[in-house]
Design a protein around this ligand. Structure first.
Ligand code: DAH
Length: 342
């Protein structure tokens, strides 16, 4: 008769060689080794025949067998009933499943870039609500009820309250900052804005703007130009040229629009600049005295400049995205192109 040690060794070999092809074979194995009348129990039962001085050693051997039998069973126990497997259910030596890295949305990338460029020169970020009242979106910005400039923007009104609108521009945040913050003021205000436009490649019912506002004693148009020139060269490269064209906004006087030399064709003419060599990127001007007065700021003592730019526009120029709809369709083929950019 083989000794207990020899028997255990044989069982261990059997266990090591065992690889179930299906759940039924695994169950058979479980009953044979780990069942209530199984081998492990049986061998433990034989302990009483082992002489006292050999018990310790035999006990260790037995425990080893038990652990081996259980470990083997654990490896396969997830096997679905009826399923077949050629090897262990999980192969822990395989490389892991790669976790896809997300991308920042291009608009967020550009918005962050804009705000951080202005933060570098002493502006702080301010935000305001997207549902705005008439005062902050229009009236305080020198656009009273009957002002024709209200027609420049097709407004969404909140049905339940005629005084509320979805803000049509981030200039409403300017108003809120002037209302609450002590002078001097130097803020950059990013945010989403809404207009009742038919959605197409060139227009959308929501988009994003970044507004800048600087109010202090002795702020001049030259400060405005220099600040924007700094922004343009940092954003688009130092060879980029700027030009200012006179324009009209109710909340600034004088007002201007700023163009930059086309960064795509370098001025020779392309689709982006409509063969003019110049691309408009923002509106700006000196804060209108009426607007200062609306917030109790004395225009004889303080002056200020303001500007507002479209984030989609800057992004379009930077990355040549020529359809506004792409920004909100969440098509991963579009978004993936911005992987690694932050
Ligand atoms: N609010 C204007 C718009 O949405 C942009 C703008 C123009 C903002 C001139 C300004 C500004 O602060 O000074 O078209």
């Amino acid at each position: 008769m083989p000794s207990l040690q020899e028997q255990i060794k044989e069982y261990e070999q059997e266990i090591n060689a065992f690889a179930p092809a299906n759940a039924a074979e695994l169950e058979e194995y479980r009953i044979r080794f780990l069942g209530t009348k199984g081998i492990v129990k049986q061998v433990f039962g034989e302990m009483k025949t082992v002489p006292a001085e050999q018990r310790k050693e035999a006990g260790q051997l037995l425990n080893g067998l038990k652990q081996l039998a259980e470990a083997k069973y654990d490896t396969y126990k997830d096997m679905q009933a009826g399923a077949t497997a050629k090897g262990p259910v999980a192969d822990y030596t395989l490389p892991g499943t790669p976790i896809a890295t997300g991308t920042r949305h291009p608009l967020r990338v550009i918005e962050n870039k804009i705000t951080s460029l202005f933060e570098k020169i002493g502006f702080s970020v301010a935000t305001g609500p997207e549902i705005e009242d008439d005062w902050h979106n229009f009236t305080s910005l020198n656009m009273p009820q009957d002002h024709p400039a209200r027609d420049m923007q097709d407004t969404f009104y909140v049905a339940t309250n005629p005084d509320w609108v979805l803000r049509t521009h981030t200039s409403s945040t300017q108003a809120r900052v002037m209302e609450t913050q002590p002078l001097p003021i130097r803020v950059i205000c990013p945010g989403r804005v809404y207009r009742n436009e038919t959605i197409s490649a060139r227009a959308h019912c929501f988009f994003h703007q970044c507004e800048g506002l600087y109010i202090d004693k002795n702020v001049s148009f030259a400060d405005l130009k220099q600040t924007l020139y700094y922004f343009v060269t940092e954003m688009f490269g130092e060879n980029t040229k700027v030009r200012f064209r006179p324009s009209y906004f109710p909340f600034t006087e004088p007002s201007a629009e700023m163009d930059i030399s086309c960064t795509v064709c370098g001025g020779s003419g392309c689709n982006l600049c409509k063969h003019s060599g110049w691309v408009e990127i923002l509106g700006c001007g000196m804060v209108h005295p009426n607007m200062l007065r609306n917030f109790g700021i004395d225009p004889e003592v303080y002056t200020g400049f303001a500007f507002g730019m479209g984030v989609e526009r800057i992004t379009q120029i930077k990355y040549q995205v020529n359809d506004l709809r792409l920004y909100s369709q969440n098509d991963v083929r579009f978004l993936r192109q911005f992987q690694g950019i932050d």
